[in-house]
Design a protein around this ligand. Structure first.
Ligand SMILES: C[S@@+](CC[C@H](N)C(=O)[O-])C[C@H]1O[C@@H](n2cnc3c(N)ncnc32)[C@H](O)[C@@H]1O
Length: 226
C-alpha cells in the first residue's frame, strides 16, 4: 500500500526546508524525565531529516538507532553522521530491526500518518515489545495547519485581533498524508498495552505555502503494567 509514500519521500527534497522541532522534542523528553545520556534511542522514520534528531541524541551521550522505509534517505543520513546505526524497515509492516536490542526511547516524528490503522496497531504492538521496562515512546504529528490568518494589532488597544483564519490540510497536494487525531491514537495504544504518559502541543510559525501556524501534537506512552 505504501509505495506512494516511498515515491513521495524519495522523490522530494525534505519538503519544508524548515527546521524540524527537535528542540521541542528534547524539551518534551526532558519533561518526561528521559535523560538522554547513556540511553539507547531509536527514531522510526528518520530519513528525510538526515538523522538530525538522532545526531543530537548522540551528542547528548545516547547510542542512536534509526529506521526509514527509504534506503536512499538512510544513505543521506549515513553520509551526514556515520556513527548512527541505521536500517531500512517499513514500520507497521516489517518488525523493528536491530535484533533484540531494547530501547529506552523510541520516537516517531511526522511519520505515523503514512501508516494505515492496521499498520499503526502492529507498530504499537512491536514498540511495546521493544521498549525497556521504563522506556518511553514519543509520537509527534501535525494536528492542524492554520492559514489566512489576518492579525491586526488593533487601534482599539486589543493586543491581537484575529480577523480570519482557515484550518487547512497539509499544503503539498502530492503528499500522501492523512490526518490523525490524538483520540484515535490513544485508543489504539491502550489496546496494544501502552499507557499515555504525557502530551504537549507545539505551535510554530511556518512560513511555507501560505501556512501561518502549524500545530504539532506530541504524545508519550509507556508500557502498561503486565
Ligand atoms: C515527514 S518525514 C519525517 C522525517 C523525520 N522523522 C523528521 O522529523 O524530519 C517522513 C518520513 O517517514 C518515512 N516513512 C513513511 N512511512 C514509513 C514507514 N512505514 N516506516 C518507516 N518510515 C516511514 C518517509 O520515508 C520519510 O522519511
Amino acid at each position: 500500500m505504501a509505495d506512494s509514500v516511498l515515491d513521495y519521500w524519495e522523490g522530494s527534497e525534505p519538503s519544508s526546508g524548515s527546521f524540524c522541532p527537535e528542540a521541542a522534542l528534547f524539551r518534551f523528553l526532558n519533561s518526561l524525565g528521559a535523560r538522554i545520556q547513556g540511553l539507547r534511542v531509536l527514531e522510526v522514520g528518520c530519513g528525510a531529516n538526515r538523522g538530525v534528531s538522532l545526531s543530537e541524541c548522540r551528542r547528548r551521550g545516547a547510542e542512536a538507532f534509526g529506521t526509514d522505509l527509504s534506503e536512499d534517505l538512510l544513505n543521506s543520513a549515513r553520509t551526514a553522521d556515520s556513527e548512527l546505526h541505521l536500517s531500512r524497515s517499513r514500520a507497521g509492516v516489517e518488525p523493528l530491526p536491530f535484533g533484540k536490542v531494547a530501547f529506552d526511547v523510541i520516537f516517531v516524528i511526522d511519520v505515523l500518518y503514512y501508516l494505515s490503522d492496521e499498520e499503526i496497531r502492529s507498530f504499537f504492538m512491536d514498540v511495546r515489545e521493544r521498549l525497556t521496562e521504563e522506556g518511553v515512546l514519543v509520537v509527534q504529528f501535525i494536528e492542524a495547519d492554520i492559514s489566512g490568518l489576518e492579525i491586526d494589532a488593533s487601534s482599539l488597544g486589543i493586543d491581537v485581533n484575529v480577523e480570519s483564519m482557515t484550518v487547512g490540510s497539509i499544503a503539498e497536494s502530492a503528499n500522501p498524508i492523512r490526518w490523525l487525531s490524538e483520540r484515535d491514537l490513544l485508543g489504539v495504544a491502550k489496546e496494544c498495552g501502552l499507557v499515555a504518559a504525557g502530551r504537549k502541543l507545539h505551535i510554530e510559525s511556518y512560513d511555507l505555502d501560505g501556512i501561518d501556524l502549524r500545530f504539532r501534537r506530541f504524545l508519550a506512552f509507556r508500557r502498561a503494567a503486565a
